[in-house]
Design a protein around this ligand. Structure first.
Ligand code: HEM
Length: 425
């Protein structure tokens, strides 16, 4: 399907949800969007990708240490890999996004002057934004859960304001040593302001964009890594092939470096194939900004090129799952086969990160995070589904692990119980 650029916008409820903390990249259109995107784009730099690798490596190492401390780490049962990937994704976006580093086993003690830790405030906000949109402060104060949501929203606001003030003061001094998105954004904003005479982002807009990186980047990444683990656990042959390909890049006894992981094309192919089969974003709702036409093909056998008129104001839904399972583009679409991403494939038929000028700005961030965590896991452990009981068949386990549910924002696995066994060289 093709359209002319800029003809579709987001429906109004998406703007409201995305604007909770201020104007931003997601909740803007036309020239406003261009300004946000121009300032935000350089933050997702190669230096930031390397930081994503460093932070993911640090956190994964801490996970392995924690497993070793709790019983030797030879065989580890993880009750739900989604809990693990959610915590990991939150820690990576906190560190590589905002320079807020924390340890895997850190106590949940809020720092002085705060009622909640930054990760707790963030995860509470992300999973309760609908409640926040629906209820006023007075209503939220009526029950304990509501009070927790209200506190989390206020706390996140205070944390973000503190970050902005702190970085505004030390931006110049720190610009060479820090590559997190937030520092990049602040530095970019300061430069823009100087060079373009006040054309940078205001504090409100900065806050809005900080929040949107969390909002758009956390759950999507956590879900996609959890699905990749579930698929590799239920396809042991592919897991071993992925390990073999990685071993041929990373010499035995060495820790995989950034250069190693970005060379591991089979690892990225596994992640893409998981995103094709289980795209966290299942559809993009859009609204026609003016009268337009969509060029597509007839649904019958003839496959004739046709145009569909779309009047201004019409709602349309771009069906990602339909595209990803269309046998016209994907041979045996329901089969998990990473090899399809090693050769030539139809890039227009693969849209987990959308396409065109409004495609995902954090794509490389999430790819580097996913290949890094996968590389460390595979070099150290084999993993398989934890059976429910002795009678459960491999087919039943596969069906259970790959069952999906709607998360706060995106589609994710229902529950992924895995058993990890240490690999001996
Ligand atoms: C597997 C992980 C991810 C997936 C599947 C994903 C998917 C998407 C999709 C489909 C869109 C377009 C939505 C639409 O047009 O309605 C989008 C936009 C966006 N994503 Fe991601 N995303 C991921 C990770 C991230 C990360 C890690 C970040 C930030 C750190 C991020 C930040 C954004 C932003 C800011 C936009 C809006 C871009 C714009 O409107 O110009 N995403 N993402």
């Amino acid at each position: 399907m093709t359209t002319n650029k800029g003809e579709f916008v987001k429906p109004v409820e998406m703007y409201i949800a995305a604007s909770l903390y201020g104007p931003n990249l997601v909740a803007s259109e036309s020239d406003e969007w261009k300004r946000h995107r121009k300032i935000a784009a350089p933050s997702f730099s190669e230096r930031n990708n390397r930081l994503v690798y460093d932070e993911t490596t640090r956190i994964t190492t801490e996970i392995f240490e924690s497993w070793s401390n709790k019983g030797g780490g030879e065989t580890v049962k993880v009750d739900n890999a989604l809990t693990l990937t959610s915590k990991l994704a939150l820690m990576v976006i906190s560190a590589a996004g905002f320079g807020m580093r924390s340890g895997w086993e850190d106590a949940e003690e809020p720092p002085t002057g705060h009622k909640m830790t930054f990760p707790t405030a963030m995860s509470t906000v992300l999973s309760n934004f609908v409640i926040r949109l629906v209820f006023s402060d007075t209503m939220l104060n009526l029950w304990q859960g509501g009070r927790k949501v209200a506190t989390a929203f206020k706390e996140l606001h205070v944390y973000m304001r503190e970050m902005i003030e702190e970085r505004r003061q030390s931006a110049a001094a720190e610009s060479d040593s820090q590559a997190d998105l937030f520092t990049n954004l602040i530095n970019g904003t300061s430069l823009e302001e100087e060079e373009k005479d006040g054309d940078g982002l205001t504090d409100e807009e900065l806050m809005g964009n900080v929040f949107i990186f969390l909002f758009a980047g956390h759950e999507t990444t956590a879900h996609s890594i959890a699905f990749t683990l579930a698929l590799l656990a239920t396809h042991q042959d592919i897991q071993e092939k992925a390990f073999g390909e990685l071993r041929s890049i990373v010499p035995e006894g060495e820790i995989p470096t950034y250069a190693h992981v970005v060379k591991w094309s089979y690892g990225l192919a596994c992640i893409y194939e998981s995103l094709r089969l289980y795209s966290p974003v299942v559809a993009f709702p859009k609204k026609a900004a003016h009268d337009t036409v969509v060029a597509t093909y007839s649904a019958d056998e003839k496959n004739t090129p046709i145009t569909v008129p779309i009047p201004k104001g019409s709602g349309i839904m771009i069906n990602v799952v339909g595209l990803h399972y269309n046998p016209k583009y994907w041979d045996e679409p329901e089969v998990f086969r990473p090899e399809r991403f090693l050769g030539d494939y139809n890039r227009d038929a693969f849209m987990p990160f959308a396409a065109g000028p409004r495609a995902c700005i954090g794509r490389r961030f999430s790819e580097v995070e996913a290949i890094t965590v996968l590389a460390h896991l595979l070099l150290n452990y084999r993993f398989k589904p934890t059976p429910l009981n002795d009678a459960e068949t491999p087919a039943e386990m596969k069906e259970r692990l790959l069952r999906w549910r709607q998360g706060a924002l995106t589609m994710g696995p229902e529950k992924v119980p895995l058993t990890f066994t240490r690999r001996h060289k």
